[in-house]
Design a protein around this ligand. Sequence first.
Ligand code: ZN
Length: 354
Amino acid sequence: MPVLTRLIPSPVVVDIRPGALNDLAGVLADQRISSSGKLAIAISGGSGAVLRERLAPALPSAEWFEVDGGTLDDAIKLADAMKKKGRYDAVVGLGGGKIIDCAKFAAARVGLPLVAVATNLSHDGLCSPVATLDNDAGRGSYGVPNPIAVVIDLDIIREAPVRFVRSGIGDALSNISAVRDWELAARERGEDIDGLAAAMARQAGEAVLRHPGGVGDDGFLQVLAEGLVLTGIAMSVSGDSRPASGACHEINHAFDLLFPKRAASHGEQCGLGAAFAMHLRGAREESAYMAQVLRRHGLPVLPEEIGFTVDEFVQVVEYAPQTRPGRYTILEHLDLSTDQIRDAYADYAKTIGS
Ligand SMILES: [Zn+2]
């Protein structure tokens, strides 16, 4: 009997709209999430306090846990605290990327489902099967189950600093380059490409690329938030980060590793990396259009716009393939020398204009 369809690991609830937090208690009371109301809610000590005050009256049986930061130790501490306190139906991560990553890891450790309530859109990790946590060696990616529910209140997103939204834009747009790298690896190396995961990730990136709106309007934020959620699910479908991570992310990791103190945001570096990678693969018009859109949203397209010299950028691009051994992208394919990277960059800068 052939397998006719496949099941996709995905959240049972996705609620993205202005005012979504007002109905959070109702979402959590869903029989599939928490019929008893016994929830462990992880929040940040600082900005989390206001949200806690607002939401606590509607969630009388919930226990609240303050999370210090985004390290592996913080996540283990959270898991231990939850184990000591009692039994819960589910864990709720309420906050930015660090809180959600900590909650994801802790939930996996205590064997409970996770509800992600994102208060900013800084990257595509809010609904992905990966928890990114700082550890003794720098930073690690830990495989975890995908969240059981995702809630994003666009009113809250608009209140967060605009740099978070910008970072999410860069991360979403980089999907377009990442999927092209995946196709290249399939062509050149015979790597399996998952067409559904590629379609989801590419459409998320294209929707953000083509949307005429900006960081301040709900229509655009809706598309961006949905795009980031679909990208996370695309990673669950393929079972790795391929749909959303290619040369763009290798360049981002190289910035982080070579210049840990001066690195810009994840999305700023990924967006710049994607525009440059598109140029490298000969897609000059697409690269120039991506750069134009990044600029319109206030994102950098040249290294000096985030405080790096051309020489430093050349160094970053040269080092990038080492950040992700085994991942075949346009960087590994071209295997450029230092001088060739320098020439390619000069051509990129000229093509996108200043
Ligand atoms: Zn990313």
